[in-house]
Write a protein that binds this ligand. Structure first.
Ligand SMILES: Cc1ncc(COP(=O)(O)O)c(C=O)c1O
Length: 395
């Protein structure tokens, strides 16, 4: 079967795929159609955080599948309920969750919840509040609202008019946020580490000031941890690196380690704005995805995180050594195993050369090589990746 030809003939041209045809994936490795092995430093865009086909996740999903795959959210299913309880325990003293299928949906829910709360809690002058302050360089999804909340013009091209009432501040600039606050501001939405924008961690002082600004103005602070959450930065939540708590947090990608699942978790104060009928989803919180996610939460414990952080530190050291040797590397950014290598040139060819040599990485925002390995990689894997990276930077 000529997969590439069939794809070319029958699929909309939205993905610029590499030549790789994947036949198998296990832990931190992929194999292609010819049996060639690849070290995966991308995890399907920060999805398979506890490793491809993790045995415990597969076992839990299979077990749930043999009981029931879908029942509808009009009935109780224990895998969803168990996951909800565990997630809230990890997040807020008092909070509530809504499960969806994807990151964009998790953010849509956060936006709707903020708007509903803004309707119930008008400004001092009696205005409904519905405007959300987002950031330049951000990425929040591909649906109409989340695309409109995304602070990168290239995602808006030819798709205007955008959904209204999203305004954009400069990332890490508190004055820029302050200037945008008005009578209709209801929320600020931010990625603690901008992912698609080029791996930019938020500044600690800025995030603390942002928290205070939101408190002072009765504004909801939403953290989009869809790419940077679930252990990626060495803590379960990226915000734990900053000591700043959000009011609403969104998760997806790695939550169920490859099965579709999104979560919008809100502090009780905001969560109660939603009542029956305000929101919903047919597939959201699918029982199989939830059973898988419950295992993911069990796996990502303190020991798991400290192991991954240790390897992450080693990776950062090795990358900084590489930077000293190659002037083509402008800067290394990131936290934990969410790393960007900003190049002086477009990174596309470097990615192709890495993949040809057996290392899966990606390039975002033209010049930034993006490393998002499974959190189970070893120092040996780092050495191997650095060797391939170095060869691929040379030619
Ligand atoms: C920070 C962030 N938010 C939202 C999304 C959208 O997630 P999804 O593709 O699951 O809709 C992404 C996807 O890359 C993301 O990185």
């Amino acid at each position: 079967m000529d997969i590439r030809r069939i794809e070319n003939k029958y699929f909309m041209k939205v993905y610029e795929r590499s030549n790789l045809i994947v036949k198998k994936a296990k832990n931190q490795f992929l194999w292609d159609e010819n049996g060639k092995k690849y070290l995966d430093f991308f995890s399907g865009i920060s999805v398979c955080n506890v490793g491809h086909c993790n045995e415990l996740v597969v076992k839990a999903a299979k077990k749930q599948m043999s009981k029931f795959i879908h029942i509808s959210n009009l009935y109780y299913g224990s895998s969803q309920i168990k996951l909800g309880e565990e997630l809230i325990k990890r997040t807020f003293k008092k909070g509530k969750v809504f499960f969806s299928n994807s990151g964009a949906e998790a953010n849509e829910c956060a936006i709707k919840l903020a708007r509903k709360w803004g309707f119930l809690n008008p400004s001092k002058t009696g205005n409904n509040r519905y405007e959300i302050i987002c950031f330049n360089g951000s990425f929040h999804g591909r649906t109409l609202a989340t695309m409109s909340a995304t602070g990168q013009k290239k995602f808006h091209k030819y798709l205007e008019p955008l959904q209204e009432k999203f305004v954009f501040a400069e990332f890490n600039n508190i004055n820029s946020v302050e200037k945008l606050i008005s009578d209709i501001t209801v929320a600020v939405m931010i990625e603690p580490v901008q992912g698609e924008g080029g791996i930019f961690p938020v500044d600690k002082v800025f995030l603390k000031s942002l928290r205070k600004l939101c408190n002072d103005n009765n504004i909801i602070l939403i953290f989009d941890e869809i790419q940077c959450g679930v252990g990626r930065t060495g803590k379960f939540y990226a915000f734990e690196n900053y000591g700043v708590e959000p009011d609403i947090i969104t998760l997806a990608k790695s939550l169920a380690n490859g099965l579709p699942l999104g979560a919008t978790i809100a502090n009780e104060k905001y969560a109660q704005a939603f009542i029956y009928g305000d929101h919903g989803s047919t597939f959201g919180g699918n029982p199989v995805s939830c059973a898988a996610a419950f295992e993911v939460l069990k796996i990502i414990n303190h020991k798991f995180l400290s192991n991954s952080l240790e390897v992450a530190k080693y990776l950062h050291i090795k990358l900084n050594e590489l930077k000293k040797k190659y002037s083509i590397i402008k800067c290394i950014r990131g936290i934990g195993l969410m790393v960007g290598i900003d190049l002086m040139i477009n990174g596309k060819d470097v990615v192709t050369r890495c993949i040809d040599r057996g290392l899966i990485i990606n390039c975002t925002n033209d010049t930034v090589l993006r490393l998002l390995p499974p959190l189970i990689i070893t120092k040996c894997d780092v050495d191997y990746a650095i060797k391939i990276l170095e060869e691929s930077l040379k030619c």
